[in-house]
Design a protein around this ligand. Structure first.
Ligand SMILES: Cc1cc2nc3c(=O)[nH]c(=O)nc-3n(C[C@H](O)[C@H](O)[C@H](O)COP(=O)(O)OP(=O)(O)OC[C@H]3O[C@@H](n4cnc5c(N)ncnc54)[C@H](O)[C@@H]3O)c2cc1C
Length: 762
């Protein structure tokens, strides 16, 4: 017998009494408040004295934030697996990955039969459960080919659509006592969930051995199966000092051998007793964790990551997975994990990283950076995964994915101070600030992440009125290459604070940003579609109108090539930052003259309504190759060259965004975005096999450009660094890089070479 090294978990096992529904829910909430990990409920659908467990699970999931939830155990004969699979995946998605599936082959057959289900012998029950597990996993595997079909004796599935995929790999824990059930647990389950009082110590030893043997025979590791234990006859105030009937020290002393010698790692108390729940969370769990950690350290062991043999086979050879700190073990996704598909790619690039680490707080980011530094593989940092350069994924490297750090807080309404975590999407930010009458202009797409955009510039729909996003950043929290978490602002590490606002990706992992938002209520949002046969003239007119317009007006223009005999088309978005409809009308109406208008609409809407809500599944679907630059004016020559591009058929889209206005009020050296005189940002994008043609066309426009906004550029030519950061900006950045990241750990996205000791400029 041995310790399987699992992280310890503690929870409650509650009675879903129909007579006290509020009390059951309150005990579940207390389970969370007491710091426990898991709440579970009995499931007796044939008993009218109990609430329906599934309904209760859903209710409790909605009333809690952190707690895992499970039946203990669900009665399979009354919960047909094909439906159960969908219900489980749905609840897992709704609860953001907090559902686990405790399952039993069936008991209380009289009640089960009374509800119309078939009575099974113990042997049949095991066979039916085996079929059910295959159906559950088959439904959850939505990437598998074709519909799910299974010739089952108990649960035939002639053909059903797969999905939905759960939010995380749902554990299946079996309530098992008999040898065949124990063998099934070893072969197929993720956990064994018996009740202590039903098993004597020698029975536990035998049961664990049977599970282990069956696991090994099935090509699995015994560690893949978590051992959980329900505890009923327990107390903290009892004086008789029987087993688990005494104070905390006694619990620790008696539970310790169950962990270290018998491998149990999850303890669920089956008493509806608030005081016991509280004591378990606040005293017993921390004390046992400490004692176990001490013993494990003494034996050189720690809670390890448990991976199936199949998953282990998919690990990348270049990465030392065992060196990953235990704090990150549960935060990481590897190629063999079910969640891998959803985290490997970004919006514009497919990737196959060896490991994606998803920290929950800054301390975990510190651990992630420290670990990544020890590995000789690429390191990418990702927030929203919308980076156009696609460098927030990689092949064979580590990705630090900040998507779980996504809080949006209004710190002080009076000073309009807001705090954003990098994993938040701008659509979420707009929604969260709207009730306060505040906004922060970001861009045109709500799925873009805070981390990537607010560390480079942020050219948004309110740019001419309110400037760039970075112009409103007042402080940042950042984990630097040496593993320090720094708060930087005008007074603390002001050099780094300057660099973060324009070149942030080069200096560390930003874990939070504080910004001063501004008052924005409704805005006027208009869209025009125009025939762009004469693209050059349209571009020229649009450019002039934008420059002549009041600052309230910001405009983005997208140009698409003609298709199937249709002429090229221009889509123009115009945003008037204010609710003065008359003033908006007079600012917008000149744009009706840019060319033949095919469609038009204008509305007065809240700013939050014009930033599309997030929710994209990233599959590398965006255009991979972009070229970008900045223009002072849309001159006739530049307009001709851009028109050529769109008429060539080699460019799939051209976009121009107005900057200027308030963007140019900021001094060139105030931030690491020095482009404060240009009025337009230009981007052209195409598919990989047209890249040479794009480059040729772009080379002609290049002479008319002055600088580039790196968030729109996918070129990896180091020469582009000087376009993004013309001197003296680049020299200053190189000197700061030498201070904070001399080994160039953050070297994926427009990597700035650290200055050499001889001097800052190469
Ligand atoms: C459809 C679309 C529309 C867009 N529209 C606009 C627009 O209107 N205006 C505009 O300004 N931009 C726009 N962008 C560009 C966008 O701002 C950048 O691509 C930005 O980097 C995306 O941020 P992200 O967090 O989603 O990206 P990610 O892909 O997660 O990250 C991109 C890069 O940013 C850096 N980074 C990310 N997170 C952090 C962090 N926490 N700390 C330090 N560095 C980090 C890394 O170097 C990373 O490679 C658009 C992009 C797309 C795809």
């Amino acid at each position: 017998m041995s310790d399987y090294g699992h992280e310890l978990r503690f929870g409650s096992f509650l009675t879903p009494s129909v007579h006290a529904p509020d009390q059951v829910v309150a005990l579940a909430e207390l389970t969370e408040a007491a710091g426990l990990d898991l709440v579970t409920f009995q499931d007796h659908p044939y008993n009218a004295q109990f609430l329906d467990t599934w309904t209760l699970l859903t209710w409790v999931a909605a009333r809690t934030q952190r707690l895992r939830i499970s039946g203990n155990v669900l009665s399979l004969p009354l919960r047909p697996p094909a439906v159960l699979a969908r219900a489980a995946a749905s609840l897992d998605r709704l609860s953001h990955g907090r559902f686990e599936l405790g399952l039993g082959a069936g008991a209380f057959w009289e009640g089960v039969e009374g509800m119309g289900a078939r009575r099974l012998t113990p042997g049949q029950g095991v066979a039916a459960l085996r079929e059910a597990i295959d159906i559950l996993r088959g439904v959850w595997d939505d990437a598998a080919d074709g519909p799910l079909r299974q010739d089952g004796e108990y649960y035939p599935v002639p053909g059903m659509q797969r999905g939905p995929k759960p939010a995380h790999d749902i554990d299946i824990w079996l309530g098992a006592y008999q040898p065949k059930m124990l063998a099934l647990t070893g072969q197929k389950a993720n956990g064994w969930l018996p009740t202590l009082e039903y098993l004597r110590s020698p029975d536990r030893v035998t049961a664990n051995r049977l599970i282990d043997e069956a696991a090994v025979a099935a090509g699995r590791e015994p560690r893949e199966i978590r051992r959980l234990l329900n505890l009923f006859t327990v107390d903290v105030s009892a004086r008789n000092r029987g087993f688990l009937q005494g104070p905390t020290e006694q619990w620790v002393e008696q539970l310790l051998p169950l962990v270290l010698d018998e491998g149990f790692s999850t303890f669920l108390i089956g008493r509806d007793d608030p005081r016991l729940i509280q004591t378990l969370g606040q005293e017993i769990a921390p004390a046992l964790r400490e004692a176990v950690a001490k013993e494990r350290a003494g034996h050189g062991a720690g809670p390890g990551r448990v991976r199936t043999t199949v998953a282990l086979a998919e690990r990348h050879p270049g990465l030392d997975y065992d060196a990953l700190p235990t704090s990150l073990a549960e935060r990481s996704v590897e190629p063999g994990d079910a969640q891998y598909e959803s985290v490997r790619h970004t919006y514009s690039r497919s990737g196959s990283p060896a490991l994606v680490i998803r920290p929950q707080d800054a301390a975990e980011v510190v651990d992630a950076v420290s670990y990544a530094r020890t590995q000789d593989v690429p390191l990418s940092v990702r927030s929203g995964g919308h980076g156009i350069s696609g460098r927030s994924t990689n092949d064979g490297g580590v990705v630090i994915d900040m998507s779980r750090m996504n809080k949006v807080e209004v710190l002080d309404r009076a000073t309009r101070r807001v705090r954003l975590e990098p994993g938040a999407r701008w659509g979420d930010v707009a929604q969260a600030l709207h009730p306060y009458g505040l906004a922060m202009s970001s861009g045109d797409y709500g799925d873009v992440g805070v981390g990537g955009l607010a560390t480079t510039a942020g050219v948004g729909y309110l740019a001419r009125k309110h400037g760039l996003t970075i112009d409103h950043v007042v402080a940042a929290e950042i984990v630097t290459a040496d593993g320090r978490l720094l708060r930087v602002d005008d007074e603390h590490h002001s050099d780094l604070f300057w660099a973060v606002r324009g070149a942030g990706g080069n200096f560390g992992v930003v874990t939070a940003l504080e910004l001063e938002a501004y008052e924005v209520g409704n805005v006027v949002y208009a869209q025009l579609v125009a025939d762009a046969t004469d693209s050059a003239q349209l571009l020229g007119r649009w450019g002039q109108l934008v420059e002549d317009a009041p600052r309230e007006l910001t405009s983005f223009l997208s140009l698409f090539p003609g298709r199937r005999g249709n002429p090229p088309a221009a889509q123009v978005t115009l945003v008037y930052a204010g609710d003065d409809v008359e003033a908006a009308q007079s600012a917008l109406s000149p744009f009706l003259e840019i060319g033949p208008i095919l469609d038009q609409q204008a509305q007065l809407v809240p700013y939050a309504a014009i930033v599309a809500p997030p929710g994209n599944q990233h599959r590398g679907q965006g255009l991979e190759d972009t070229r970008s630059g900045l223009l002072h004016h849309v001159t006739p020559q530049a307009a001709d060259l851009m028109a050529n591009m769109i008429h060539s058929g080699d460019v799939m889209i051209m976009q121009l965004r107005s900057v200027g206005g308030a963007v140019n009020d900021v001094a060139r050296d105030a931030t690491a975005y020095p482009h404060r005189q240009q009025n337009f940002s230009v981007l052209a994008a195409t598919v990989p096999d047209r890249r040479p043609q794009l480059d040729k066309l772009w080379a002609e426009l290049y002479a008319h450009l002055d600088g580039l906004y790196l968030s729109f550029e996918s070129d990896t030519d180091p020469a582009r660094l000087l376009d993004a950061w013309p001197e003296p900006t680049l020299g200053r950045l190189r000197a700061i890089k030498a201070t904070y990241d001399p080994d160039n750990v953050f070297n994926r996205n427009f990597p700035i070479p650290p200055a050499t000791p001889a001097g800052p400029v190469a």
